[in-house]
Design a binder for this molecule. Structure first.
Ligand code: FES
Length: 95
């Protein structure tokens, strides 16, 4: 086993879990699309993977989806909609 400092300046976890309507999930509100758009923006800005946008498969706040958790910024976004992505990107996808 090796222990190293994290290779990323920031990691953005976007919940893309989709329970297909069986119970509340971030998939009810386009979690996958939110993730894809954020990652696209990080790549367009040439900040991926320095700022890494990662899929999460449940962050434990399913009824408040779409959920996004950011480290080490220590910020949590909930009830995110696709139209919120550019604002989140401007706040978090920058060096
Ligand atoms: S399904 Fe997204 S937080 Fe649980």
């Amino acid at each position: 086993m090796e222990t190293n400092p994290t290779p990323y300046k920031r990691q953005i976890f976007v919940c893309t879990n989709d329970r297909k309507g069986e119970s509340a999930s971030c998939g009810d509100h386009q979690g996958e699309e939110v993730f894809r758009r954020l990652r696209e923006i990080a790549k367009e800005r040439k900040l991926h993977p320095t700022i890494r946008v990662t899929q999460a498969k449940c962050l434990g706040q399913c009824a408040k989806g779409v959920n996004i958790m950011i480290y080490p910024k220590n910020v949590w976004y909930s009830a995110v909609r696709l139209e919120d992505v550019s604002k989140i990107a401007d706040e978090c996808i920058k060096v």
